[in-house]
Design a protein around this ligand. Structure first.
Ligand SMILES: NC(=O)c1ccc[n+]([C@@H]2O[C@H](COP(=O)([O-])OP(=O)(O)OC[C@H]3O[C@@H](n4cnc5c(N)ncnc54)[C@H](O)[C@@H]3O)[C@@H](O)[C@H]2O)c1
Length: 421
């Protein structure tokens, strides 16, 4: 079976490696030459546990080849899997140009009788729309080729584990397309497969999961603020509440980042608005979580002229990924308030931090430390030493530090729902 994976990114490459390891001959396509060269040299261009080995084996066996010639790869494949980004536009709509480009290439090259599966998170109705683009070649989705949507539901650092264990959701433009998608993923991924029938049901599964997470965090943020006001430690409450077999309250924090959680709720919100269907909770979740950086900084008070360092560019610990990280809102909010702001992250070089529009700095030499990312490197700071070097206040945006250790060092502690009484 020849399989093309379009998009050799953090999600697409591991997927391609797994298909190859299970016997498929895989073309993995990307517009980025450097990435393609690296893959063909057997070197994974990013860090993801287990992928190095799978990639080296795929390249060595000849079952995995990277190319920039997506058209030829598609023309020579029975199955095409697409996982290129869909971003959020300034007006908070899905920005579909990259995936539309792939659909156009597919339109020109897809073989009759083949199957194309989109894995990129899409608004409900997005796959059918891509099918219309492909159909401009005269073929009909569900008749001349199979059209499938199967959302990617894994996360960096756990990609292979999640690929093998998380049930793979599949929907198709026809029951036959869905069944073919289910058969393909059962054989070439090996994970349990859940066939939810239609494209739209599969699209909504992914969005529902993201909105659940966002709204849940918003609820945790609200409860944490309440608990803090009345002097109760919210983490203790959260853990106790989660023992009833029903609750699964997530962690409150200084903000939600990443490609997924702060983005995909808008795919549903926008579509629901256009159909006149109210989705107030999804909107409220976004509103609460977007306000969180500002709300937590309000607790600090006057920062005019004070030297502050934000610890962590990444939106998630140990992952070098800055998409929609709260670091951006924190830095601009502190600047508006007149603080002198720098940013530190052990995973980024100073130049990389600058390229993100931020100013790199060191941990020492600041009056205020703001923890955005609970990187391991930040978990065991010596607060007594930092106090001697001028730190007067810490904002523990991830509740990662010991209140007692901070307070004992004579530093003011500000957390998210933690009692300092
Ligand atoms: N990153 C995550 O944690 C995550 C988790 C779940 C789902 N997803 C889904 O996966 C999608 C991709 O995420 P990712 O992390 O792999 O992104 P990524 O940026 O790491 O990789 C995307 C790749 O697509 C390539 N690309 C862009 N346009 C292309 C084109 N026309 N033809 C060929 N290649 C093209 C880019 O060069 C890049 O290498 C996301 O948009 C999301 O829908 C991501």
């Amino acid at each position: 079976m020849n399989v093309t994976v379009v998009g050799a990114g953090k999600m697409g490459l591991p997927l391609a490696c797994v298909f190859a390891s299970r016997g498929a001959s895989v073309f993995v396509c990307d517009v980025d030459w450097a990435k393609v060269e690296s893959i063909n040299a057997g070197i994974c261009p990013f860090q993801e546990p287990g992928v190095d080995e799978l990639l080296a084996e795929g390249v060595r066996s000849g079952r995995l080849v990277a190319t920039t010639d997506t058209g030829s790869a598609i023309a020579n494949s029975e199955v095409v899997v697409v996982i290129v980004p869909v971003l959020l536009s300034d007006s908070r709509e899905a920005e579909l140009s990259m995936i539309d480009d792939v659909a156009k290439i597919a339109s020109a090259n897809l073989k009759p009788g083949s199957m194309i599966s989109f894995e990129t998170t899409l608004p409900v109705g997005g796959t059918r729309r891509l099918g219309h683009i492909i159909d401009e070649n005269g073929m009909r989705a569900g008749v001349d080729y199979d059209l499938v949507f199967s959302p990617e539901r894994v996360k960096s650092l756990f990609v292979l584990k999640h690929l093998f264990n998380n049930p793979k959701i599949v929907g198709g433009i026809t029951p036959a397309s869905a069944a073919r998608g289910a058969e393909f993923y059962t054989k070439y991924l090996g994970a349990p497969v859940i066939n939810v029938g239609t494209l739209e049901a599969a699209e909504l599964v992914k969005l529902a999961g993201m909105i659940y997470r966002d709204v849940n965090i918003a609820l945790a943020n609200e409860l944490a603020a309440f608990a803090e006001c009345i002097g109760i430690d919210f983490e203790m409450v959260r853990q106790a509440a989660n023992t009833d077999g029903e609750s699964n309250l997530l962690l409150p924090g200084i903000g939600v980042g990443g490609h997924c959680t702060p983005v995909y709720p808008y795919f549903l919100i926008s579509e629901a608005r256009s159909r006149g269907i109210p989705v107030e909770l999804a909107e409220l979740g976004r509103k609460i979580n977007s306000a969180q950086p500002r709300k937590i900084l309000n607790k600090v008070g006057d920062v005019q002229g004070k030297k502050c360092v934000i610890l962590g560019v990444s939106f998630r610990p140990q992952v070098k990924e800055s998409a929609y990280s709260p670091v951006f809102a924190l830095a601009s909010e502190l600047e508006i308030r007149g603080a002198s702001v720098t940013v530190h992250d052990p995973l980024y070089t100073e130049e990389e931090i600058r390229r993100l529009g931020l100013i790199p700095g060191e941990i020492e030499g600041n009056e205020i430390l703001i923890l955005n990312t609970a990187h391991d490197a930040y978990l065991n700071l010596d607060f007594a030493d930092l106090a001697r070097k001028g730190v007067k206040c810490v904002v523990d945006g991830r509740n990662a530090w010991s209140v007692d250790a901070v307070v004992a060092a004579g530093i003011r502690y500000i957390g998210v729902g933690r009692s300092t009484r």
